[in-house]
Design a binder for this molecule. Structure first.
Ligand SMILES: [Zn+2]
Ligand SMILES: [Zn+2]
Length: 136
């Protein structure tokens, strides 16, 4: 009876296994090991997929933040124009950054414009969360 003491990598089935994957527990060789994560190339590809999804979520948040700043900018531009021209142009901008709502309004119809801005802000937030839920 021959006792095989050398163990073969369970990923490539060719090289001698020296390591154990921290993800699935399979024995793997140094080629199939991902040194940064200490998992096999199989588990590593799964990890990469997960982190890829995480980055999509991150960029969505970033886009929302960018949109908020764009709204502030548009609102400020409208206000400056209306003040400079002296026209009864009303503008209202509501931007919610975390728990802090930033409300800007100008003109004789500022209250109406603000209400519209609040509605638009809330609806955009609701749409954002619906979009996020739809992705999962
Ligand atoms: Zn291998
Ligand atoms: Zn693994």
């Amino acid at each position: 009876m021959v006792v095989v003491q050398t163990r073969v990598c369970q990923i490539c089935d060719k090289r001698l296994a020296k390591y154990v994957c921290q993800g699935c527990g399979r024995i793997i060789c140094e080629v199939c090991l991902e040194p940064q994560t200490w998992v096999c190339s199989d588990c590593y590809s799964h990890l990469k997929e997960e982190s890829g999804g995480f980055w999509v979520f991150q960029s969505s948040l970033f886009r929302l933040l960018l949109l908020s700043f764009l709204l502030i900018f548009i609102g400020v531009v409208f206000m400056v124009i209306s003040v400079l021209m002296g026209t009864p142009v009303s503008a209202g901008v509501v931007v919610i950054l975390g728990p802090l709502p930033i409300i800007l309004g100008v003109g004789s119809y500022a209250t109406l414009a603000l209400v519209l801005a609040v509605v638009l802000t809330i609806s955009s937030i609701v749409m954002f969360f619906l979009f996020q839920r739809g992705r999962k």
